[in-house]
Design a binder for this molecule. Sequence first.
Ligand code: FAD
Length: 441
Amino acid sequence: MKKCNHDNCCEHDRICVPDTTLPRIVVVGGGFAGLSFVKQLKNMPVQLLLIDKGNHHQFLPLLYQVATSGIEPDSIVFPFRKLLRNYDNLLYRMAEVTRINSGEKQVETNIGRVGYDFLVLATGSTTNFFGNENIAKYGLGLKSVPDALDIRSHLLQNLEKAAISCNHAEKESLSSVVIVGGGPAGVEMAGALAEFKKYVLPKDYPELRSSNMNIYLIEAAAKLLQDMPVKLSAKTLTYLRDMDVDVLLKTRVEEYDGEIVKLHEGNAINASALIWTAGIKGKVPGGLTGEILNRQNRVRVDPTNRLIGFDNVFAIGDVGLMQTKKYPKGHPMVAQVAIQQGRQLAKNLLATIKEKPVRNFEYKDKGSMATIGKKKAVANINKLNIVGFAAWIIWSFVHLMSLVGARNKFLIGLNWMWSYFSYDKGDRVIIRKFEPEQNSH
Ligand SMILES: Cc1cc2nc3c(=O)[nH]c(=O)nc-3n(C[C@H](O)[C@H](O)[C@H](O)COP(=O)(O)OP(=O)(O)OC[C@H]3O[C@@H](n4cnc5c(N)ncnc54)[C@H](O)[C@@H]3O)c2cc1C
């Protein structure tokens, strides 16, 4: 029998949670959506159980800076127990939810099962390789801190191999990187690598020339940053080309074997690293199948984030698909949607408990932005297009303020200032080696 400090929950297959007369809300996932939901219900008359497979919140928009040796991974994560220690009504359990049993109002996890009155899925999304097994095997996704560390190690290990190679073609292939997907993650990754090539490579790797390192950004559509106005996409393209990134538009990657990237017209690129940012899909625990999931594996929800056909089960953030007149394909999978849905659902559940009317979710789009490099960014805020230094300052401020924890804000701010003045990058270390057969995804 499991040891625990509550008399009434010692069945060996149960998660230990004290009995309560308050409604129990189980929240799966402490990302942007899950955290904003629980914050709204801090010390309210509900029992919150937050379950996450990791013990920390991750700030995904800065993953690319970890992957390109810009910042330390510690500064974009925050442990749940520290973050939530002033909550009287919340318990946190580190566990992976494997199955939802809505008939019995329970979730199953790798540490036992637990019942709920309300269930909130905030499990986010994962890399979508669209069924291409080789790209999934040899390519690198960017959806978590372990993914970013894999990329960092892989790139640095490749450069070490390139430095001792006597074969020009091999040197070039080992130094080169292909990024697939011209969305914000791909664009930011390409820009950061271009700066690495310009400022770090010549100093740290005297055995290599900048011309050895080719950076490709490949996008299937006709423009970068699909959701941005044409003017900003064009400016982004100009920035990247000026920074010596080979941008290939209207180009599809078909295959990858770890060395050769095959493109659909029969062309090929030699590169020992391929970073895949070209697709994401919802991350859904077992027990939900069929019509409730769309092609992107997102769970269909109504305008109040309730799963269609379910009573007390809700999905917020990337994993939920809410189709409305304004967003017939669902809302964009971005942090602001996740945060706003989390807040609105928390208010709605409190209203439901008090038998008051609930409100439909309405997304307040605060705009979008992407940074390409130092003093180079694009932003579309309130229909205003901003480029260059002003956009870069706005991007830096917004990201710094959105980070969780004063220490993290301070560390990142300091790191950025250091890089700004020194043209250097902070964290070029291989802490743990990347072994391709242990690819994180
Ligand atoms: C590289 C990158 C860059 C991005 N840049 C931007 C940007 O600049 N601006 C922007 O607005 N958005 C950006 N996004 C998108 C944004 O990060 C997501 O839209 C946002 O994280 C979605 O929040 P979420 O809470 O739905 O999911 P997440 O933040 O992904 O959180 C999901 C949580 O669920 C947990 N979890 C998953 N499955 C289980 C399970 N079965 N059991 C227990 N726990 C589980 C995970 O551990 C995680 O903590 C970026 C995303 C990436 C990957």
